[in-house]
Design a protein around this ligand. Structure first.
Ligand code: MTE
Length: 319
């Protein structure tokens, strides 16, 4: 994502970088004859001992979700080493290393705003609110790359129902951690800190909206948003806030970090919409990490079950 701050950092150099990454992988895997063989190889890699060494604590009692896609899962190595996490770095490869020692316990989450009772919950209390589900979701970044990840969590609605929002609650705002000692990226003026995101209440209550604390059968790695993040598969990745410390119910539409930073480029809704180009590039296609050829991007990232939330809205204006 481009940053138009005084430093003028173009962090991702978006297309060249992802092209580079994927070309490198393509060449490395060229010996594997054809896409089918490559896919089979990647699936074996996922279950390999190497994956286990890299991963965290196993999560027990995971249920399968009917919302899961059957598409090929992106290798763990890619999902954990190609991250957007500006609190640590504007480089894709940076967060894996820089977030290595990030402390995710103890971790409190404030529930505030239009709720019957304001709360401060321990993240482990939240995690136990509902049985963990594995949701294999497509996840599309506004920069044009996508991944398929077996996330673990439960619908955000499970939490919302338990905290009793009042009738004034029309939106939900997510605020992520501000900690200059732990998050070196926050010393830089590249975004307004802390990172904030928001949803309309009906979006937040949609069963697809996932409150996420794990992936690939285990705890969420730090660079992917531990201990608690959102995953909104029908929206561009920037809506899925990582390292959440506050959930606030509001009457007015909250501001969101990327919209503050570049309102003409990043909207509040940020639904995946191949018909609305980013001002500087097309959104019609995407490249899945680990693949060489682009594929067409689908409206709502293929999650048509959310379409009714936007009936009557012009999704070109409300991008
Ligand atoms: N959350 C926080 N706190 N900080 C960030 O920089 N980046 C967003 C989103 N959530 C971001 C964040 C963007 S731009 C994307 S594409 C996704 O996280 C990337 O998630 P991933 O690294 O797990 O793929």
């Amino acid at each position: 994502m481009l940053i138009r701050k005084s430093e003028g950092i173009c962090s991702s150099e978006i297309t060249p970088k992802s092209l580079y990454l994927n070309r490198r992988k393509f060449l490395a895997r060229a010996a594997l004859a054809g896409a089918a063989a490559a896919t089979a190889w990647r699936m074996r890699e996922l279950g390999s001992p190497v994956t286990r060494v890299l991963a965290g604590n196993k999560i027990n009692g995971i249920q399968k979700s009917p919302f899961s896609t059957t598409e090929t899962i992106t290798p763990y190595q890619d999902v954990t080493h190609y991250n957007n996490y500006y609190e640590f770095s504007t480089d894709k490869e940076g967060p894996a290393e820089l977030a290595k020692n990030f402390r995710t316990r103890p971790w409190k989450v404030k529930i505030e705003g239009a709720v019957e009772k304001k709360l401060e919950l321990d993240v482990d209390e939240i995690i136990k609110m509902a049985p963990p589900e594995e949701r294999i979701y497509r996840h599309r970044c506004v920069e044009g790359w996508s991944i398929v990840v077996p996330w673990i969590g439960f619908s955000l609605s499970e939490l919302i129902k338990k905290v009793n929002p009042t009738s004034k609650a029309k939106f939900v705002e997510f605020t992520t951690l501000y900690d200059l000692n732990q998050m070196p990226g926050e010393r830089r003026d590249v975004l307004e800190w802390p990172y904030v995101e928001g949803l309309r209440m009906d979006e937040a209550m949609h069963p697809l909206a996932l409150l996420c604390f794990g992936m690939y059968g285990e705890d969420l790695p730090n660079q992917d948003g531990a201990p608690l993040r959102m995953v909104l598969p029908w929206k561009y990745g920037f809506k899925s806030a990582k390292a959440i410390v506050r959930i606030r119910f509001t009457e007015k539409q909250p501001m969101n970090t990327w919209n503050i930073s570049a309102p003409q480029e990043y909207g509040f809704y940020a639904n995946v919409n191949p018909h609305v180009d980013h001002p500087r590039w097309s959104q019609a296609k995407e490249r899945r990490l680990g693949e060489f050829f682009k594929r067409p991007t689908l409206m709502f990232n293929g999650y048509d079950q959310v379409a009714s939330l936007y009936n009557g809205m012009d999704l070109r204006k409300n991008f």
